[in-house]
Design a protein around this ligand. Structure first.
Ligand SMILES: [Zn+2]
Length: 440
């Protein structure tokens, strides 16, 4: 670390030793704001500004209008480029980001409150800075988890989400505002996190994760976090993570409850040990049909973020499924055994990853509609789906189909699970509407 005097608006800093007194011209009483350090044996000043003169020895005098805005801050080696050698000292070009950070009142203490924690410390903070985390899905859980990790200083975040912000998201998705409606969530999330913590590199991908692209999208991640809204994508994340031997953390919340499971390939049970297959459409509740308490989803996101930070800091995974009921504030921790006959972690068969192209989504020409076909063998219960959608949709039905009007979409659901979604020509939107209202 270097202690460097930096003037606002300048790209140069001057290394100062401990104990330097920086004040204005000797004819002017010292300005309190210029007293950078009171008890310092050595000073180095050059190139801040021509008006600033270096005086060898124990005191540095700065004068001119910029002087009141000089601060001494600690900056790391990577923030400095060597400048020209001064006659009497060393000056540096300082990265603009480091200057902004240094001039910010809280700059030196961004992580101080978590570095105090014995579980993290300075070494842990550095480990977080070197970490690469991919968050898939930026809804009630993913957006909150991404924000927590970005604020905690995880060095690289890749944020993936196929959806745009909707007004109904704002009740719980704390990264977004009314002005973001109809903008891609990934892009908005990147902007927000960059504004919160410019030290974090954030990548935004407005994409649907499917078997054809999942390995590419998750490549390079040291940890994957589940913010998705459907079991099929989770089983896909499980396959990709097991195959690449990358840990991931499942999290889901609906109504007033949620679940979290940290999965470390080769050590803990995997997601498929817990959920053997994609449940038939319509059997699971979703936030869009059963609702969601914002405090519940935020709590589950915090639990997921905690598991993520633990894994990034080298803690062993507990192998326990965390079940949280927010309304009654009850937490259960269930030991989850690995299944020897688990197709994924037991037998090494990555069936959801290998389903490339199995789910067919095609546009219906000229109708502003998409057909979504999850390609499954068993029939679904249209009655059960109607029961769940009753509160949020206008329903009508006939032989073997159920028609639901929700928001600006009309979903026509067939007994084999296929649906036609009118109101979009975007495959990702169609898939999303299917996942939200029919569930998979
Ligand atoms: Zn398994």
């Amino acid at each position: 670390m270097h202690r460097v005097a930096i003037a606002q608006g300048h790209r140069r800093g001057v290394e100062v030793g401990d104990g330097v007194v920086v004040h204005e011209d000797k004819d002017v009483p010292p300005h309190p704001a210029l007293v950078v350090e009171e008890a310092v044996p050595e000073a180095r000043e050059a190139g801040l500004e021509r008006r600033h003169h270096l005086r060898e020895g124990r005191r540095v005098q700065l004068h001119g209008v910029l002087a009141p805005r000089v601060r001494a801050e600690r900056v790391g080696d990577r923030d400095l480029h060597p400048g020209r050698a001064g006659r009497t000292g060393r000056d540096f070009k300082v990265r603009p980001k480091a200057i902004r950070r240094a001039l910010h009142p809280c700059a030196v203490s961004r992580y101080s409150r978590q570095e105090i924690l014995p579980q993290i410390g300075k070494a842990g903070q550095e480990a977080l800075r070197r970490s690469r985390v991919t968050v898939v899905g930026l809804g009630a859980i993913g957006s909150v988890t991404a924000a927590l990790l970005g604020r905690a200083g995880v060095g690289h975040l890749r944020l993936i989400d196929r959806d745009v912000v909707e007004i109904s998201n704002l009740q719980r998705q704390a990264l977004f505002t009314e002005a973001d409606v109809d903008r891609p969530k990934a892009v908005v999330a990147r902007e927000r996190l960059a504004a919160v913590n410019s030290e974090v590199a954030v990548e935004a991908l407005a994409k649907d994760v499917n078997p054809a692209n999942a390995e590419d999208l998750l490549a390079g991640a040291g940890l994957v976090l589940d913010g998705t809204d459907n079991m099929e994508t989770r089983l896909l994340l499980n396959d990709v993570s097991l195959k690449a031997r990358v840990p991931w953390v499942y999290a889901g919340a609906v109504a007033t409850r949620g679940m979290v499971l940290a999965i470390v390939p080769g050590r803990t049970a995997c997601f498929r040990c817990l959920v053997h297959d994609v449940p038939p459409p319509g059997t699971l509740e979703t936030c869009d049909t059963a609702g969601i308490l914002n405090a519940a989803s935020s709590a589950v996101a915090s639990m997921q973020a905690t598991e993520a930070l633990r894994l990034l800091l080298g803690e062993p995974a507990s192998g326990r499924l965390l079940l949280y009921e927010a309304w009654t504030q009850e937490l259960q921790r269930l030991k989850l055994a690995r299944r020897a006959d688990c197709p994924a972690c037991g037998l090494g068969r990555y069936e959801f990853l290998e389903r490339r192209g199995a789910e067919v989504i095609v546009g219906l020409c000229g109708r502003n509609a998409m057909s979504v076909d999850p390609v499954r063998s068993e029939a679904i219960s249209l009655e059960a789906v109607a029961g769940k959608l009753g509160k949020v949709a206008r329903l009508r039905g006939a032989d073997g189909i159920l028609i639901a009007e929700i928001d600006r979409y009309t979903i026509t659901l067939f007994v084999d699970g296929r649906a036609v979604i009118k109101g979009t020509e975007d495959p990702a939107v169609a898939r999303s509407v299917y996942a939200r209202y029919i569930g998979s």
